[in-house]
Ligand binder design. Structure first.
Ligand code: ZN
Ligand code: ZN
Length: 113
């Protein structure tokens, strides 16, 4: 979608840019990374080797990893379903070691779930 401006030039709307990035992301061409402040930065996947994420839900820290077994398993699943993959994004949410320690030591309420 293009917005027609008064001077007749057409500029892409900001929402369009985000939609395009979303499409790129779903195609595996860009990874969206949510920053601590809630802003979203887009990494261009083409510039970097593929990686998956561990995200700490307490401090927002992000660990990048690649495990060939996971990648291969995903390929196998995709093939089994006759699916043509264009990319994937995996994020595991949880607590980083530091936050897990802090939580255990913290309030002493000892939630063990
Ligand atoms: Zn992966
Ligand atoms: Zn953390």
């Amino acid at each position: 979608m293009l917005l027609a401006r008064a001077d007749g030039r057409r500029v892409p709307a900001r929402a369009t840019v985000y939609r395009t990035l979303k499409l790129l992301r779903s195609a595996g061409l860009a990874d969206a990374v949510n920053l601590d402040d809630g802003a979203t930065r887009f990494e261009r996947a083409a510039d970097r080797p593929h990686h998956d994420h561990l995200r700490c839900t307490a401090c927002g820290s992000l660990v990048e990893f690649v495990d060939e077994r996971i990648e291969r398993l995903q390929q196998a699943i995709v093939r089994k379903h006759g699916f043509i993959p264009t990319g994937h994004r995996m994020e595991i949410f949880g607590l980083c070691p530091r936050c897990a320690r802090r939580r255990r030591a913290g309030t002493g309420k000892g939630r063990s779930s």
